[in-house]
Design a protein. Structure first.
Length: 305
């Protein structure tokens, strides 16, 4: 056998994503290039690594075993690089963070300068819904999670980053002339929801229940971006975090509808398991965030104030 490290990396990504298209996007390669490398890798084994059923790619049981071995090899190769950097006095290793979907508008600003200062650090950033974020934390597969709704069943520690504000929003095709509407407006406006497991939905539903709002649920979508585009298209209204819509507000695609009791306010927190033993990279990042967060918020998020 004469497979390369590059082929191992490509096959591992295909196995993780169950898709050549998604693997090529994450690896910044063309689909044909990924397909060729998969074929060349497969040619070195007498047993199929993958199979296609109904145009969907599946990794075989044998392929899953090879993917596990590939990950071990790649991890060992990475350790060589990290140890080399460490001997040269550079901070080196992997920083793993899971982030709720709206947190993608925030976390890059807390990572940017840290990553520039420490070129030996590799970042694994998983952006998903609250339910999956908490699961990754619970299973201890990440160093930190960014959430606006704290888990109640885990013993955690946290550092506060910034305030999260949610408003009732709609597109700009209809005029709302009052300076402050009362909750009866919800009987007139069909609401678009995020999917179950979303932190935004949790906050939204808790507020609706707490204030006994008479809402009309119109539809349910699986990402904040999908909700935003549906609102812009005029399919309904939604309660959304300001951090994800500020550009659309400035461009006149969306408007905030002034309602008594809004905005809903929560806090973005960086959380981790209590008594977690940090790697040098994770400890350095936490120290950086606690030292620089006020400066980052002032410089990068002043538009929200």
């Amino acid at each position: 056998m004469n497979y390369t490290l590059h082929q191992l990396q490509i096959f591992l990504k295909i196995a993780e994503k169950q898709s050549i298209t998604k693997a090529s996007e994450e690896l910044h390669l063309t689909q044909p290039a990924v397909s060729i490398q998969l074929k060349n890798f497969q040619d070195q084994f007498p047993i199929p690594l993958t199979e296609v059923i109904g145009r969907k790619l599946y990794v075989t049981d044998f392929g899953k075993e090879i993917a596990i071995a590939a990950k071990k090899i790649i991890d060992e190769v990475n350790q060589i690089s990290y140890k080399t950097n460490a001997y040269q006095g550079q901070l080196s290793g992997i920083l793993k963070i899971s982030v709720v979907s709206t947190g993608k508008y925030i976390i890059p600003y807390f990572l940017s300068d840290f990553m520039k200062q420490h070129e030996g650090v590799d970042l694994v950033l998983d952006v998903t819904n609250k339910q999956k974020v908490i699961k990754s934390l619970e299973e201890n597969t990440v160093d930190f999670s960014l959430v606006s709704v704290l888990p109640t069943h885990l013993k955690i520690e946290k550092t506060k980053l910034m305030e999260n504000q949610l408003f009732l929003v709609g597109n700009t095709s209809e005029q709302f002339h009052k300076k402050n509407y009362n909750k009866s407006i919800f009987t007139e406006l069909p609401l678009i929801y995020r999917e179950p497991g979303s932190g935004t939905r949790h906050t939204m539903e808790a507020y609706i229940e707490r204030n006994d709002l008479p809402v009309r649920k119109k539809m349910e979508l699986t990402s904040n971006e999908a909700v935003k585009q549906a609102v812009i298209a005029g399919l309904g209204y939604s309660i959304m975090p300001l951090i994800g819509i500020r550009n659309d507000l400035e461009a006149g695609r969306l408007q905030i509808i002034p309602v008594k009791g809004f905005p809903i306010k929560t806090i973005w927190n960086l959380i981790w398991l209590k008594n977690k033993k940090f790697s040098p990279v994770a400890e350095a990042f936490l120290n950086y965030v606690e030292d620089k967060k006020d400066e980052i918020i002032k410089n990068k998020f002043h538009i929200l104030n």
